[in-house]
Design a protein around this ligand. Structure first.
Ligand code: TYD
Ligand code: MG
Length: 469
């Protein structure tokens, strides 16, 4: 290894020179240059001088009260709900979602709302021109809202401009994949660029104290660097999802350092942008027809909010021996399990049928509590008897066909009663088991102990094929 070269450092200003001189050329101070060894690089790339004697860290106890972070409500309550009550100053929120799902629309609406509430809002787009955004704002009726708008992608320019606005409350970057910094030698959109750009923006947010909303694209073919690398760096990750064929959009919390993660916000894409859906159950059930077999209403739970959805099922004969199982909005593994349990425990013959299962409205259900509703829809389809149109279903089913309690039964029952349902099929409460639940007055419980009882409940009082008027 070559002998390390000597360098000279000014003790007043820290400038480094290859030669000694009586006066520092940088700060003009006299007699301040001192000799030092040039840093040697250790294996692993650690500079030797970096291994300084560390300062002492103060260790503290777990006790101590920090006031809860103040919140800035965006006044879009569905958005605030997912955030946990509003934006936390100096926090960083990543909003991910498929292209065209409505991320830019949502953030423009949130920016305008916050601007109208008197906050200083900056919206920087790297994807659309100022004219395009103005056109959208005009369509959404937001042209008069005070939002500082710019189309830019060069991070240096953006950071320098943000530094001029010390009182900014919110900065929107649409999208992080289009931002690039010339400090990094790689193409815009690459993982390195995205990470470097995000790092600098986050640092600016933390030092200047504005909330940062980053848009991140997720592409199916992975063309752009996915926002996954960012998920570790930000405080809150939200997914904006939905089916482009449906008007519903769901904003889902995936990570939240300041609140619960399983909340959802429900929106509807209309001609005038996204409108909030405060009663999602009514919307999801709006197109339900009570007199069709193969349908059952599931009383589900999304975060702290009950949501009623219709589970639809269609069977069609397929004697080939290799039937199709097609599921939209639910877990296909779980459907196969239920089909097996129905065959084994209830004697329902489904092996010669294609099974199509759909959660109406484009919602994705992940709760095992949907088992009972799915089973009811399957039994109804197999027997061609419509389920009771005034009944909701919820409960988990085990492999032996037994029914199990699920969480938050009261909330589900209350939502059912609110929407005018008269009966609820639920797992039987065992003596000494779960705590007593309050049942709304207008609703009666139909408690089911085993899956075989469900067949009786679904087909009660009706001959197969009999339809209601
Ligand atoms: P956009 O917010 O641009 O999506 P993203 O930023 O996630 O890529 O909006 C996408 C779609 O929303 C677009 O295809 C058209 C539709 N849309 C409406 O239906 N109504 C509206 O008022 C607006 C602004 C958009
Ligand atoms: Mg966009």
């Amino acid at each position: 290894m070559a002998k390390p070269a000597k360098t000279f450092v000014c003790s007043a200003c820290g400038s480094v020179f290859p030669k000694w001189a009586g006066r520092c050329e940088a700060c003009q101070a006299w007699n301040t240059l001192a000799e030092q060894e040039a840093p040697r690089t250790l294996p692993g790339g650690i500079k030797e001088t970096a291994r300084r004697a560390g300062a002492k860290i103060e260790f503290v106890g777990l006790e101590g009260i920090t006031p809860p972070p103040p919140r800035v409500p965006t006044t879009i309550s569905e958005f605030d709900r997912v955030l946990g009550g509003g934006l936390v100053p100096a926090s960083v929120v990543l909003v991910g979602g498929d292209p065209g799902i409505g991320k830019s629309t949502l953030l423009l609406q949130a920016s305008a709302a916050l601007g109208r509430a008197g906050q200083k809002v900056i919206y920087i787009s790297g994807e659309e021109s100022v004219d395009q955004i103005r056109l959208r704002a005009a369509r959404l009726g937001l042209s008069k809202s005070p939002v500082a708008l710019a189309a830019a992608t060069q991070l240096g320019d953006i950071l320098a401009s943000l530094a001029q606005v010390p009182d900014a409350a919110l900065v929107v970057i649409d999208s992080i994949q289009t931002m690039w910094t010339d400090g990094v030698d790689s193409a815009p959109g690459s993982v390195t660029q995205v990470r470097a750009a995000a790092f600098e923006l986050i640092r600016a947010a933390k030092t200047q104290g504005f909330s940062l909303l980053l848009v991140g694209h997720v592409t199916k073919d992975g063309g752009l660097a996915g926002p996954r690398v960012l998920e570790h760096m930000v405080d809150v990750v939200l997914h904006f999802e939905g089916d482009r064929g449906h008007q519903f959009r769901i904003l889902r919390g995936v990570k939240n350092r300041f609140g619960a993660t399983d909340e959802i916000g429900v929106f509807e894409m209309t001609g005038q942008g996204l409108s909030q859906v405060t009663n999602p159950s009514a919307l999801f059930l709006a197109e339900r027809r009570g007199n069709v077999s193969g349908s059952a209403v599931f009383a589900g739970l999304e975060g702290s909010r009950p949501v009623l959805v219709e589970i639809q099922c269609l069977l069609s004969a397929n004697p080939s021996g290799s039937p199709r199982r097609s599921v939209i909005g639910w877990d296909s593994g779980r459907l196969n399990m239920l089909l097996a349990v129905l065959e084994a425990r209830c004697g329902l013959k489904l092996a010669m049928n294609d099974v199509y299962l759909n959660v109406a409205g484009g919602l994705r259900v992940s709760e095992p509590a949907a088992d009972l509703a799915v089973a009811a829809a399957l039994i109804s389809a197999a027997t061609d008897v419509p389920t009771d149109p005034e009944m909701i279903f919820f409960g988990e089913i085990g492999l032996s066909g037994e029914l199990r309690q699920v969480a938050q039964a009261e909330l589900r029952l209350k939502e059912g009663a609110k929407l005018g349902f008269a009966r609820a099929a639920t797992p039987k409460r065992v003596a000494g088991g779960a705590a007593k639940i309050a049942v709304p007055k207008t609703l009666s419980l139909v408690e089911i102990g085993h899956l075989t009882d469900l067949v009786g409940v679904v087909t009660a009082g009706k001959k197969p094929g009999q339809k209601e008027e």
